[in-house]
Design a protein around this ligand. Structure first.
Ligand code: CMP
Length: 143
């Protein structure tokens, strides 16, 4: 079954949006296969955001994501990578539609509440970066 990595960012955690966000994905029908509240090290943040390391906002990005706890999650279900991104809305909350997480709760592109993997390769890379095998449960062994 397809899996994706989702993370409530420091702004979402501080605004008490973990429950709301988990509820949305549960109600959609996805399964939470792993979750933890954690502080991210600078090294992990730099690895996680490696594709942005030449962007002018890279320093700001790393410093924000390491500034306070995040809620890291692995979600599972059919087409979960693309569907989760639809449910999150566009990266810039000003462009995200109402009804999406960023459209409903975000205001600025830097503090956009949630991160989600954009493709199967990044989902695998990000899950492996944040979780070890014993932290992820297996739901349906027969599919
Ligand atoms: P995320 O999905 O976590 O992936 C990269 C992040 O970079 C993105 O969400 C935004 O939060 C952040 N980002 C993108 N553009 C900018 C920008 N112009 N200034 C600050 N942060 C940005």
């Amino acid at each position: 079954m397809e899996q994706t990595f989702l993370m409530v960012k420091p702004d979402g955690v501080q605004r008490n949006l973990i429950g709301e966000i988990v509820t949305r994905f549960e109600r959609k029908g996805f399964k939470l296969a792993g979750a933890k509240l954690m502080n991210i090290s600078k090294e992990t943040a730099e690895q996680h955001y490696q594709e942005h390391n030449d962007k002018p906002f890279f320093g700001e990005l790393v410093s924000f994501i390491t500034s306070a706890p995040v809620f890291a999650m692995v979600w599972e279900g059919e087409n979960v990578i693309a569907t989760a991104r639809q449910m999150m809305g566009k990266t810039n909350p000003q462009e995200a539609l109402p009804g999406t997480i960023r459209g409903d709760y975000g205001l600025t592109v830097g503090k956009n509440i949630i991160h989600g993997s954009d493709a199967p390769e990044s989902a695998k890379r990000e899950i492996d970066l944040f979780f070890n095998e014993t932290e992820i449960v297996e739901f349906e062994k027969n599919g």
